[in-house]
Design a protein around this ligand. Structure first.
Ligand code: OSB
Ligand code: MG
Length: 385
């Protein structure tokens, strides 16, 4: 063994894993075309690797309305398949955990929760911010907001005004058939120059092409996921008939999907969500391939707690993230977040990337414990909690 190998850390061992379900209530209900949510059931993954504690969040929803995963399917897959197959294993770096999960098809969000916790631990072991370990270069990330469907256009306009006053650089409106043209029109009329986009969460079909084309009137930055949650081909048919750039969200679960969509011209922009693409390793690869092809990407959100939010901040520092993301302040979602400081947005609509090792935010274990409704442990359970 040469001295260099001894001096640099060559392997980390996954000593323990704790899986928790926590319950958190959003400040107000969030409505998308697939339904409304206020009471979040969030899974947190805590790993200990060579003594360093890393945190990850599973971003699955409570129901399979956005993608096929749910809080409960992720609990099952992590408890019965992922944790038993990775506990006690040693690996050179976080991406290597993917090779231990190849027998598990799909369940990207479950995998992401575990992989990302390991990334946090690795960054701490190396004494670097997670953003730097990932290769991030952006020091202040640009933020937008995603606004849920509202009762009427007037109340939406009021909400947009409020968010613009806080500094957000891009406003995204959730839409669905019957709550689209009139709502977008009211906002565009009031704010002719803002970066504005819409997200349909798969509420339309190709039969709606004429109506979707009408949205070209508003010079939107993009229309996100208008068609089926798992479609790539029909989006290429739609993109050829509308001027507004299509952005794919739900349909893109790995880099191959992204490359297929780019090749078919199904979209001109891609939304990257850590959970949907199975974690930092795949997110980084997708970002890189999109960047090579001149396709802008941005960081999507899943109504995360501070832990998922902190991972989103780190990912958003990668050079391909050239559009404002749905990464906004903790206080828009929670009365009390589980990290300290909470994620804060400057009056310019930016987030300063933390410079401390790992996620760079302190996890309030006392709050996490209070919110925990169930817990599973593998390896030695720490005496502390
Ligand atoms: O499609 O981007 C989406 C929330 C839940 C599920 C899907 C989506 C969203 C959002 C909110 O738009 C993003 C956020 O503020 O976290
Ligand atoms: Mg979306």
């Amino acid at each position: 063994m040469n001295s260099k190998t001894v001096a640099s850390r060559s392997f980390m061992k996954i000593e323990s894993i704790a899986l928790r379900e926590i319950h958190m209530q959003l400040i107000s209900p969030f409505e998308a075309s697939f339904g409304a949510v206020q009471n979040r059931r969030i899974l947190l993954v805590e790993v200990v690797a060579d003594g360093a504690i890393g945190w990850g969040e599973v971003t699955a929803g409570e129901t399979p309305a956005y993608n096929p995963e749910t809080t409960d399917t992720a609990w099952h897959v992590i408890s019965d398949f992922i944790a038993p197959s990775v506990i006690g294993k040693s690996l050179a770096e976080s991406p290597n955990i993917r090779a231990m999960m190849t027998q598990i098809r799909g369940h990207e969000m479950a995998k992401s929760g575990v992989e990302n916790a390991l990334w946090d631990a690795e960054a701490q072991l190396k004494g670097v911010p997670l953003s730097k370990l990932l290769g991030g270069t952006i020091e202040e990330i640009a933020c937008g907001v995603s606004l849920g469907i509202r009762e009427n256009p007037q109340s939406l306009v009021k909400k947009v005004e409020e968010e613009l006053r806080s500094g957000y650089q891009r406003i995204k409106l959730k839409i669905k058939p019957g709550k689209d043209y009139e709502f977008v029109s009211a906002v565009r009329k009031e704010f002719p120059n803002i970066l504005l986009s819409v997200d349909a969460n798969s509420a339309y079909s190709l039969d709606d092409t004429a109506n979707l084309k009408k949205l070209d009137d508003f010079e939107l930055l993009m229309i996100e996921q208008p068609l089926s949650w798992d479609d790539i081909y029909e989006h290429s048919k739609l993109q050829a008939q509308i001027q507004t750039a299509i952005c794919l969200d739900e349909s893109i679960r790995n880099t191959t999907h992204a490359l297929t969509a780019i090749k078919l011209e199904s979209c001109r922009i891609i939304n990257i969500k850590l959970g949907r693409v199975s974690g930092h390793t795949e997110a980084r690869r997708m970002q890189e391939e999109c960047r090579k092809r001149g396709v802008p990407v941005w960081c999507g959100g899943m109504l995360e707690s501070g832990i998922g939010r902190a991972h989103n901040v780190a990912m958003s520092t990668l050079p391909g993230f050239t559009l404002p993301g749905d990464v906004s302040a903790s206080q828009r979602y929670w009365n009390e977040d589980i990290i300290e400081p909470p994620v804060e947005v400057t009056p310019k609509g930016t987030i300063h990337v933390p410079k401390e090792p790992g996620l760079g935010y302190f996890v309030r274990r006392d709050r996490v414990d209070k919110l925990t409704v169930r817990r599973n442990d593998w390896g030695a359970r720490r005496a502390a909690s």
